[in-house]
Design a protein around this ligand. Structure first.
Ligand SMILES: [Zn+2]
Length: 332
């Protein structure tokens, strides 16, 4: 562990859960570090131009889903309609100013919404239990075939926390995907069989997001194969957006799969300053868009940061913590 940590610290990349088996530790550590490196690459473009795709007729996924869900700032600050009408000349008020119907009253302005997903769960039971204990509906994105996948899925479901399958997908760097990985070289038969095995690896599963996947998510044909299976199981999809050319949200829309896209990665860098910076960034995006999705990983630094930040967040920041299901765009 100390050697791994030293290597990670030296490389500036990431470690993984502390209690993984030694045999899988090096693998997982390398994969997670590599994933973060891969995932980090598109952060800036994803933030600057979320949802850029090759289909110009479709609006960007993230802003689209967010914009449709909550009022913008101007509507939140606009006076209620009944106050906008100036008083009329004195007279029998009950004749000239009938009481407004309650159904015409403006509803209270909704708070901006923030949803948090923790990826790469399943190796460490202790880390998973810390996520479940967070005072918010934080989703556990659990990797298939990991040692604690089923135990953590059961505990999370019992606690009312969202449970997702964190599905390994091929990346542009050629890094190992681990067990259950889906690649662009697979025939549909092989792809479907592998996908079904992962979807059956633990239960319950409410939705899916991609582990790595900077290559596979840009493959529209295979994204269509994936979404066909998710639609059949009525699962939602969260696009982690590890490639700005991702086709996942478009494929989800086409197949009728409820979906939303990641806005910010919390912990590509795990210093207190960087964690704080990314967290403030996602809060700002939630306020601007009405809603935002934050993805983190089960690093000790990330969990400690969330344990410190989430209690009292709504009162302190005016941002409401919601489950990822609350932010889904539901295709017609
Ligand atoms: Zn991942």
């Amino acid at each position: 562990m100390s050697i791994l940590l030293a290597a990670v610290l030296l490389s500036g990349c990431s470690d993984e859960s502390p209690d993984s088996a030694a045999a899988t530790k090096a693998d997982s550590s390398t994969q997670l570090a590599a994933e973060v490196a891969v995932e980090r690459e598109p952060v800036a473009p994803a933030i600057l131009s979320p949802g850029v795709g090759s289909i110009p007729s479709l609006p960007p996924p993230a802003p689209e889903s967010a914009a449709g869900m909550s009022p913008d700032a101007s509507s939140a600050s606009a006076p209620p309609p009944e106050l906008a009408t100036p008083p009329v000349a004195p007279g029998p008020a009950e004749v000239q100013l009938p009481a407004p119907s309650p159904t015409k009253m403006a509803p209270p302005a909704a708070l901006p919404m923030l949803s948090i997903i923790i990826d790469d769960v399943g190796h460490s039971r202790a880390a998973g239990e810390r996520i479940i204990a967070l005072p918010a509906p934080v989703a556990l994105a659990i990797m298939p075939f990991t040692r604690n996948a089923q135990a953590l899925a059961t505990l999370a479901a019992e606690a009312g926390k969202p449970v997702m399958l964190h599905l390994p997908m091929e990346n542009l760097a050629g890094l190992s995907m681990g067990e259950g990985g889906l690649s662009t070289q697979m025939s549909r038969t092989v792809f479907d069989a592998q996908l079904q095995a992962s979807l059956n690896a633990f239960t319950p599963i409410q939705g899916v997001n991609n582990h790595m996947g900077s290559k596979l998510t840009a493959d529209r044909e295979r994204m269509d194969w994936l979404m066909t299976q998710l639609a059949a199981r009525q699962l939602f999809f969260v696009d982690s957006r590890t490639n700005k050319e991702t086709q996942a949200a478009f494929a989800a829309q086409a197949s009728g799969v409820a979906n939303v896209s990641r806005d910010v990665f919390l912990d590509n860098l795990r210093t207190p300053v960087e964690l704080e910076r990314e967290f403030k960034l996602v809060l700002a995006r939630a306020r601007k868009q009405g809603a935002a999705v934050l993805i983190g990983h089960p690093y000790p630094e990330t969990l400690a940061f969330l344990e410190q930040q989430l209690p009292g967040l709504e009162a302190r920041e005016g941002v409401q913590l919601v489950s990822v299901q609350a932010l889904l765009t539901r295709p017609h």
